[in-house]
Design a protein around this ligand. Structure first.
Ligand code: ADE
Length: 237
C-alpha cells in the first residue's frame, strides 16, 4: 500500500537523493503467536476488533531504539493517526518538518487499545472529520505534506511561499499558455510584465477566493486595513 506513492515523482527523487527515508513496519512481525494475532475482541463487548497493545509497543520500541542507537536520543514524535486526533493543517506539517525522525502509527479496524494512546503516543492526528478504514492513507497524507517542505525536495523553494494555507489564504488563480482558449482570455495584468501590479492582483485574488470558499480563514489571515475594507465592500456587494 505504501510502495507506489513513494516510488514516483517528488517522493522518489527525494528518497533517491537521500533527503528523506520512509520505512514501513508490519506490526504482525512483532507478535509471538503462531497466528500473528494483532487484534482481539473489545472488553465490555461491542462490534469490531481492537488492535492489541503488545505488537504496537514492541514495534515502536524496537524502531525507537534503532533510531536512538544511530543518532542518539532526541525528540521523537510518536503519532497515532486517528479520527480522534487534532486536525491536520499546513501549520502542523511545518511543525513536523522540523523533526529529524517521526514514527507514525496507523490504527485499523475499530480502534486501538487505549493504553497505546496513554503510554506510548506523543500526538494524535486526524486528517479530517471523516472516518477512513485505516490510518494508512492518513499517514501518507501527513508524510507527503511534510516531505515537500523539507529543504531541497521541491525544485523551487519559492513555490512554497505561494501555496494555499502558507500565508493563511487560499492560492490565487494560475494560468499558462495559450493566452486565449475557447475565447477565455488570461487576465490582461498577467501579460503586462508589471511585477508590482501582478503581485497586487494575486494578493487581491487570493483574498477574494478565500472569502468565497473559506471565509473563516480570513479571521486569522494577516490583512492590512485597506484589505479589510476591500473585504467588507465585497461582502456588501
Ligand atoms: N483513521 C481513520 N480515519 C482517520 C482520519 N480521518 N484521520 C486520521 N486517521 C484516520
Amino acid at each position: 500500500m505504501f510502495q507506489s506513492p513513494f516510488s514516483i515523482g517528488i517522493f522518489k527523487r527525494a528518497i533517491d537523493r537521500k533527503l528523506v527515508s520512509v520505512n514501513t513496519h508490519n506490526i504482525r512481525d512483532y507478535t509471538h503467536d503462531r497466528h500473528h494475532t494483532v487484534d482481539d475482541y473489545a472488553y465490555g463487548g461491542g462490534a469490531g476488533m481492537i488492535l492489541k497493545p503488545e505488537p504496537i509497543f514492541e514495534a515502536v520500541e524496537s524502531i525507537k531504539s534503532d533510531i536512538c542507537s544511530k543518532e542518539g536520543a532526541g525528540v521523537l514524535p510518536i503519532i497515532l493517526l486517528t479520527p480522534q486526533g487534532r486536525r491536520f493543517t499546513q501549520q502542523i506539517a511545518q511543525e513536523l518538518s522540523r523533526y529529524r525522525h517521526m514514527i507514525l502509527i496507523c490504527g485499523h479496524y475499530e480502534g486501538v487499545d487505549e493504553r497505546v494512546r496513554q503510554h506510548l503516543v506523543t500526538d494524535e492526528i486526524s486528517i479530517g472529520d471523516y472516518v477512513l478504514s485505516g490510518g494508512e492513507l492518513a499517514a501518507m497524507v501527513v508524510v507527503d505534506a511534510v516531505v515537500r517542505l523539507l529543504p531541497g525536495v521541491l525544485g523551487s523553494e519559492a513555490s512554497l511561499l505561494d501555496d494555499s494555507h502558507t500565508a493563511g489564504l487560499l492560492e490565487y488563480p494560475q494560468y499558462t499558455r495559450p493566452a486565449a482558449y475557447r475565447g477565455w482570455s488570461v487576465p490582461q495584468v498577467l501579460l503586462s510584465g508589471n511585477h508590482a501590479q501582478i503581485a497586487n492582483w494575486r494578493r487581491e485574488q487570493a483574498i477574494r477566493r478565500t472569502l468565497g470558499h473559506r471565509p473563516e480563514l480570513l479571521d486569522k489571515a494577516n490583512l492590512s486595513l485597506e484589505e479589510k475594507q476591500l473585504v467588507d465592500r465585497w461582502k456588501q456587494s
